[in-house]
Design a protein around this ligand. Structure first.
Ligand code: ZN
Length: 276
């Protein structure tokens, strides 16, 4: 079994443990990298979170999440930028590899997805000086188009890379197979992301058939229809050497199981993505 290069997105065990308990459990299982969510950091307090990460020698592959830039008025958009600055500060305190951006969907009452995308671009432009000063890279995470309305109006890797290209050399992408596996252009865009040196994170889980809940029914790697060894091959060919993060929201299955069983299964299934 392999744990080297494995990161656990702490959403995967959010119902079982708080951040400190989850970090300690990962350490027990030989896992050396995690990605916490901001609400998990807030629940224990930033200082306690930083101490738990340091005491257990954890690498932090990312902090989830910043973003959610579009808003119906200027005050709302400014509030989002201010909140993102706090997210950058938390990522910096934790020594995170990046802040993951789930960019946001349409503002309430709007049907203008083009305007929402512009608000995302403007929001990241406003955030970038603070992120750069704090040495926290920003990773745009394109989400499956089923979330375009409410969570992210950036939905393909090409779109995220085009946006990063407008923003600067130091803005990157988080590649999550759950959101991107279906895209006929994925192989080419992963190669492009490698050439442009923009891969800041690689997230895996699986797409279950049928999917019973659009948000909270992600599968454990190996239980669905995503060809994870094939996509891993593309990621490696693109030159990405960072952690592979398992990120599972699973209200009716994995969140109901003992945390140690979940971590043990993550290690087994992560190892299996290397088999071919
Ligand atoms: Zn992700």
């Amino acid at each position: 079994m392999r744990t080297e290069g494995l990161s656990i997105n702490l959403a995967t065990v959010r119902q079982q443990w708080n951040l400190v308990e989850a970090v300690e459990a990962c350490a027990r299982h030989g896992i050396t990298c995690v990605d916490p969510w901001r609400d998990q950091i807030a629940a224990v307090g930033l200082d306690t979170a930083v101490k738990a990460i340091k005491d257990n020698g954890m690498r932090v592959s990312g902090v989830c999440r910043g973003g959610m830039f579009p808003a119906a008025d200027a005050a709302g958009r400014q509030a989002a930028i201010d909140d993102n600055k706090r997210a950058v500060d938390e990522a910096a305190a934790l020594g995170a590899d990046c802040l993951v951006l789930v960019v946001g969907g349409l503002p309430k009452g709007s049907r203008d997805i083009g305007a929402a995308r512009q608000m995302v671009l403007d929001g990241i432009v406003a955030l970038l000086p603070h992120a750069r000063a704090s040495k926290v890279p920003l990773a745009i995470e394109p989400l499956h188009p089923m979330y375009a309305g409410d969570r992210a109006c950036v939905n393909t890797l090409k779109q995220a890379l085009d946006m990063a290209g407008q923003l600067g050399d130091d803005v990157g992408v988080a590649i999550d197979v759950y959101h991107l596996w279906w895209d006929p252009d994925l192989e080419a865009q992963i190669a492009r992301a490698g050439r442009e040196k923009r891969i800041l994170g690689y997230h895996i889980c699986d797409w279950l058939v049928p999917t019973k809940d659009l948000l909270l029914d992600r599968g454990m790697p190996g239980d669905g229809v995503i060809d994870l060894p094939r996509i891993r091959g593309w990621i490696e060919k693109a030159g990405y050497k960072g952690p592979t993060e398992i990120e599972i929201f699973s209200a009716k299955d994995w969140w109901t199981r003992p945390g140690d069983e979940v971590l043990k299964t993550c290690i087994e299934r992560y190892s299996a993505t290397f088999s071919s």
